[in-house]
Design a protein around this ligand. Structure first.
Ligand SMILES: [Zn+2]
Length: 261
């Protein structure tokens, strides 16, 4: 089995953390060699626990930030706490941050303010930015066109836009990551988008415990299941799986500046 990776999941989540050892054993059995674990949801304690997990495991890395759902809580104290956590060499990205105009759990202006602050933080800390974007591709594109991407680059996590938006994000310099949604029956537009991203900008992820791919849809997701998304990706691109796996691992190593495995 070709070694692949999970570029975005939430290991500190209460649906994953209690059986973390089990989930990591199943990931290893599925040849998921590297995991980027993202804090960002709810309080700073989630980021703290995520960094702790990364510190304990050589091939787990962390991202810290404030999710757009919680953007209203993104004050300067929170930014300072994130910067302190990013003192760990295991913190390889800032996020997830961005815009979610689908759920609107925080007002749009608060989301935009928090997103801009994360772009500044990523720039200051020289880390790539991990972006969440839902029904907001146009606005997010405009903001990054205006501010520029931080020099360390960025990734659009769980991309759900169309082929045009995928091209726009690639043009801005982003890596584009696809989740288990790629395997869902009614995701033809997303599969079309997955075809236009060049080999050297493509990533796969679970976003576990959310969004389990088929045939696990509706169950709690976990890093091992990224294998299903990878297989779907290889089939729809007509790609040779070992070559695609090598591209994906090289992309993550380049973006997140990972030590060689
Ligand atoms: Zn996420």
């Amino acid at each position: 089995m070709d070694t692949i990776l999970d570029a975005h999941c939430h290991l500190a989540d209460s649906r994953l953390y209690p059986d973390l050892d089990g989930a990591l054993a199943r990931a290893a059995a599925a040849a998921v060699g590297t995991i980027v674990a993202v804090g960002a949801i709810e309080t700073i304690e989630t980021d703290r626990l995520t960094v702790e997990i990364a510190e304990r495991h050589p091939r787990i890395f962390a991202a810290v930030g404030v999710h757009p759902h919680n953007a209203a809580d993104c004050d300067e104290a929170r930014i300072a706490a994130l910067a302190a956590l990013a003192g760990s060499a295991k913190v390889v990205a800032i996020g997830e941050t961005g815009l979610d105009f689908h759920y609107m759990h925080s007002p749009a202006d608060a989301q935009e303010r928090a997103f801009r602050r994360h772009l500044e933080l990523a720039r200051a800390l020289d880390r790539p930015v991990m972006i969440h974007c839902r029904n907001a591709e146009r606005r997010l594109y405009e903001i990054v066109r205006e501010t520029g991407l931080p020099p360390a680059g960025g990734m659009i996590h769980c991309f759900t836009g169309d082929a045009g938006a995928a091209r726009d994000f690639v043009e801005l310099g982003f890596y584009v990551s696809f989740s288990g949604i790629l395997t869902f029956k009614r995701a033809d537009d997303l599969r079309a988008a997955a075809k236009v991203v060049p080999d050297d900008r493509l990533l796969v992820e679970t976003d576990a415990p959310y969004l389990a791919p088929e045939p696990y849809r509706g169950k709690p997701n976990e890093p091992a299941y990224v294998r299903r998304t990878f297989e779907t990706m290889a089939a729809l691109r007509g790609a040779d799986p070992p070559a695609l796996a090598a591209h994906i691992c090289a992309n993550a190593a380049r973006l997140f500046r990972l030590p060689t495995a």
